[in-house]
Design a protein. Structure first.
Length: 718
C-alpha cells in the first residue's frame, strides 16, 4: 500500500551541489572537485534561476584553488558557512565516491546549527568537456596481482600476462559449459582483464566483475573474487552491461544453467587427477629446459621452448585455474554456511590450519634440517658465523670439508630454489641463481632452539581436527543436515586450498625455467649483434622475440634502438607510484596528468600508542611482541625470534621467515593469499588487509595481534 511520510524539512543557511570530479573539463578537471552553493534551499540553484557561488577544491590537499562569489548579502553569509565546512564536505564526498565506485553529483545542505546534511547522490554520467561524451569509470586494483608481480614489470612479462589472463578466464568459461553466445559477449572485457599503470600490473575490476555478472550468481561470484584476492570494492555495472538474467528467455536460461551445473560437476569430479596432470606438464617443460640443454640449444630450439610455454599458458592451464576457482568458491560457501550457524570468519581460518601436503610449508622444514647439520658441525658453525653470505657460498663451493653439506644444500636449491620472492617476474634471479638470501636465513635458523617447525605444524594439525569436531558437533545439535553440508564444505575447501598451492608451485617452476630460456635467447642475439645486452630481451614483447628468432621481424635491424627507447620510457614509468586502488575514465592510463587521489599517500605518520588498526582475520590467536617492520624478505636479518612481522605484502619467498615470527600483520592480500595460508600452516596469528600498517606501526613498537578479531593494537616502542 501507499505510505504517508511525515518528515521535518531542513532549513539551510546554505545549500548546493558538489561534483567529485569537476564536470567543466579542462586540464585540471580530474584534480579538482566543484562546489556550487546559494543561500537557503537549493531549488533556485538546481533550476538555474540564479548564478550560484562556485568553489574549485583540490582533491589531494583540500585547498581552494578557485573562489567565484555570488552577489548579495545573503550569498556572502552562505559563502562563510560553506568555507567553514569545505574540508568536511570534501572528505565525506570522496568517501562516498569510493563507496559507490564512481564520480558523483551530490546535493547537500548546511542548517543553522552548522550540521551538514547530504540529501542525495547520483553518478555523474556526462561531462561538460568539449567532447560531451559519457564518462565511464574503470576501477583498478593491484590486490593479489601485486603479490605475484610486486615490482615494475617488463614489456615481455606484460605481453605474456595479457595473453595468459584472457585465456585463463575464457577457458574456465568453456570448461564450465558457458554458452558460445555468452562467451562472445564476455570477449571484450576478457581482453582487458589486466592493465599496466606506472609499469605495475593491475586488475581491471570493472571488467572482471562484468564477466562474473554474466555467470549464474554473478554478484556472489564478484564478492567471492574480492575475498579471494583481497579487494574491497565491487565495481558498479555499466548501464548497458549484460548480466546472467538479461533479456533471455527463461527456458533457454534454465537449459544453460543445467549444462553449466553438469559441466562443473564433471570438471571437479576428478580435480586431484587434473592437478597431477598439470604438475606433470610443468615437470616435462622443466626437464626439457635444464641448464645443460639450454647451453647447447640453437635459436630455433629455444623458440620451440617459448612456444611450448605459451601453449601451456594459453591452452593447458585449465586444470590449474580449476583449482583456483575451487578454492575461491568453496571458501566463500564454507564461510556463508558457518556464518548462518553462528560461526564467524575466525572459525573458518581455524579449520584451515596446518593442512597436509601444502608445498609452501616444506622449505622451512628443509632449512631447519640444514640448520641442525650446521649446529652439529664445528667447522660449519664457524663458517656460518661469518657475516658475509657471499664468502660463505664461495667456501661451500670450494672447501672439500663441506662436500656432504654442499650436496644437501645444492639439493635444496634444485628442489626449492625457484620458489622465492618475485618468482614470476622473469627479470629477477631466483635463489638457485643467487643463493645468498638462503645463507642469511640459515644463519637465522641456526640460532633457533626448541621444537622443529614440523612439530609445531603437527600440534596445529591436532588443534584443527579438534576444532573441526567441535564446530560440526555444535551445528549437528541444531541441524544434522547442515552439519553434513558443513563437513563436506570443510573437506572440499581444505583440498582446494592444497590443490591451489600445488599448482602455484608449478607455476613458479614454469616461469623460472622460461627466464632461463629467454636469457639464453638474449645471449645468442647479442652474439648476432641484434641486442647490446642479454637482459635487453625483456624489453621486447614475446611476439617480437618469436619474430626475431624466426627471422620475421619487420624492424629487426632497429631492435637495439627500440630497446633503448623503451628503457628510457620504462624508467620514467617506474618513477610513478600509483595507489593500490583507483578510478580512471575509460581509455585513460595512470600518469602525471590523470593521477587520481592516492589512498595511502603522504609521509609515514606513526600510530599513537593504544591505536587499534583493523583488517581481516587470516589465522586466529592473540600474541603481544615487538614489531619488525620489513619492506622485503631480504631484510629478514632485522628479525629476532618471536617478533611480529609487519609488511606490505608477502609471497612464497616469505615462507621460511614464518618460523621466526610470533605474529603477522599484512597490508595487502586476501584470506587465501600465500601469507594467510602459510600463517595458518604454522599457527601464527595473522591479520591481513591492515591499511598502511607498515607506514604507521613503528619498527620496534610493542603490538598485540588479535587474529580472532582481525585487529592490531599498537603500544609504545620498546
Amino acid at each position: 500500500g501507499m505510505a504517508v511520510v511525515v518528515q521535518r524539512q531542513i532549513e539551510p543557511a546554505a545549500a548546493g551541489v558538489l561534483f567529485t570530479r569537476n564536470p567543466s573539463g579542462g586540464s585540471e578537471a580530474e584534480r579538482t572537485l566543484a562546489i556550487e552553493y546559494c543561500p537557503g534551499l537549493a531549488d533556485a540553484l538546481v533550476s538555474g534561476a540564479i548564478d550560484p557561488g562556485r568553489l574549485l577544491v583540490c582533491r589531494e590537499t583540500r585547498a581552494i584553488v578557485s573562489d567565484v562569489r555570488a552577489e548579495g548579502g545573503d550569498a556572502e553569509r552562505a559563502r562563510v558557512a560553506v568555507l567553514e565546512h569545505v574540508p568536511g564536505l570534501t572528505d565525506i564526498a570522496l568517501r562516498l565516491e569510493e563507496r559507490f565506485g564512481t564520480a558523483l553529483d551530490i546535493e547537500w545542505a548546511i542548517d543553522a546549527a552548522g550540521i551538514v546534511w547530504f540529501v542525495q547522490a547520483r553518478p555523474i554520467t556526462t561531462s561538460r568537456a568539449e567532447s560531451g561524451s559519457p564518462l565511464t569509470s574503470v576501477l583498478w586494483t593491484n590486490a593479489n596481482v601485486s603479490e605475484n608481480f610486486p615490482d615494475p614489470i617488463s614489456p615481455l612479462l606484460y605481453s605474456i600476462a595479457s595473453l595468459g589472463y584472457y585465456h585463463y578466464f575464457r577457458n574456465l568459461g568453456i570448461a564450465f559449459g558457458v554458452s558460445r553466445r555468452r562467451l562472445d559477449a564476455m570477449d571484450a572485457p576478457l581482453r582487458g582483464i589486466i592493465g599496466a599503470h606506472g609499469a605495475r600490473m593491475y586488475y581491471n575490476l570493472t571488467n572482471i566483475h562484468a564477466v562474473l555478472r554474466m555467470a549464474p550468481f554473478g554478484e556472489s561470484l564478484a564478492q567471492a573474487f574480492n575475498t579471494f584476492v583481497g579487494a574491497d570494492r565491487i565495481a558498479p555495472p555499466p548501464e548497458d552491461a549484460e548480466t546472467w538474467g538479461g533479456n533471455r528467455h527463461r527456458v533457454s536460461q534454465t537449459l544453460e544453467l543445467g549444462r553449466i551445473a553438469a559441466c562443473t560437476a564433471w570438471q571437479y569430479a576428478r580435480l586431484g587427477h587434473r592437478v597431477r596432470l598439470f604438475e606433470r606438464t610443468a615437470d616435462v617443460f622443466a626437464a626439457a629446459t635444464r641448464p645443460e640443454l639450454l647451453a647447447v640449444a640453437s635459436l630455433s630450439m629455444l623458440g620451440r621452448s617459448i612456444a611450448s610455454f605459451l601453449t601451456i599458458r594459453t591452452r593447458r592451464w585449465k586444470n590449474a585455474s580449476l583449482a583456483d576457482a575451487a578454492a575461491m568458491i568453496t571458501y566463500a560457501l564454507l564461510e556463508r554456511v558457518l556464518a548462518s550457524c553462528g560461526h564467524g570468519r575466525g572459525t573458518v581460518t581455524r579449520l584451515l590450519r596446518a593442512l597436509p601436503d601444502v608445498p609452501s610449508s616444506v622449505p622451512p622444514l628443509r632449512l631447519w634440517d640444514l640448520s641442525r647439520l650446521i649446529r652439529d658441525d664445528a667447522a660449519l658453525g664457524e663458517l656460518f658465523a661469518d657475516g658475509d653470505a657471499s664468502r660463505i657460498v664461495h667456501a661451500l663451493r670450494g672447501d672439500p670439508r663441506f662436500r656432504e653439506f654442499r650436496a644437501q644444500f645444492d639439493r635444496f636449491l634444485e628442489q626449492w630454489g625457484f620458489r622465492s620472492s618475485a618468482e614470476l617476474m622473469l627479470t629477477l634471479p631466483g635463489l638457485d641463481e643467487r643463493p645468498e638470501p638462503v645463507i642469511e636465513l640459515l644463519r637465522q635458523y641456526v640460532r633457533l632452539d626448541g621444537d622443529s617447525p614440523e612439530a609445531s605444524m603437527a600440534e596445529r594439525a591436532v588443534e584443527r581436527r579438534r576444532e573441526t569436531f567441535r564446530v560440526l558437533r555444535s551445528i549437528a545439535v541444531r541441524s544434522p543436515m547442515r552439519a553434513a553440508l558443513a563437513w563436506c564444505l570443510v573437506r572440499w575447501t581444505q583440498r582446494s586450498v592444497t590443490y591451489r598451492e600445488r599448482v602455484r608451485l608449478k607455476q613458479a617452476l614454469l616461469y623460472t625455467r622460461l627466464r632461463r630460456v629467454l636469457l639464453r635467447v638474449g645471449e645468442l642475439l647479442v652474439e648476432r649483434g641484434t641486442l647490446r645486452a642479454r637482459d635487453d630481451v625483456f624489453m621486447l614483447t614475446v611476439s617480437e622475440v618469436v619474430e626475431l628468432i624466426g627471422g620475421r621481424s619487420m624492424f629487426g635491424e632497429g631492435v637495439a634502438d627500440l630497446v633503448l627507447l623503451r628503457r628510457r620510457q620504462h624508467d620514467q614509468l617506474r618513477a610513478l607510484n600509483p595507489p593500490d586502488t583507483f578510478l580512471l575514465h575509460e581509455g585513460e592510463v595512470f600518469g602525471a596528468r590523470t593521477e587520481p587521489k592516492r589512498e595511502a599517500a603522504g609521509a609515514a605518520v606513526e600510530a599513537p600508542a593504544g591505536a587499534t588498526l583493523t583488517g581481516s582475520s587470516a589465522c586466529g590467536g592473540i600474541v603481544t611482541a615487538r614489531a619488525a617492520v620489513l619492506a622485503g624478505v631480504g631484510e629478514a636479518s632485522r628479525l629476532t625470534r618471536g617478533d611480529v612481522l609487519v609488511t606490505r605484502q608477502t609471497d612464497p619467498g616469505w615462507a621460511p621467515v614464518f618460523c621466526l615470527v610470533s605474529g603477522l600483520v599484512i597490508e595487502r592480500g586476501g584470506l587465501l593469499s600465500h601469507g594467510a595460508i602459510i600463517a595458518r600452516e604454522f599457527g601464527v596469528p595473522c591479520v591481513v588487509g591492515v591499511k598502511d600498517a607498515s607506514r604507521v606501526i613503528p619498527h620496534g613498537a610493542m603490538v598485540t595481534v588479535d587474529g580472532n578479531r582481525g585487529e592490531c593494537r599498537v603500544g609504545a616502542p620498546r
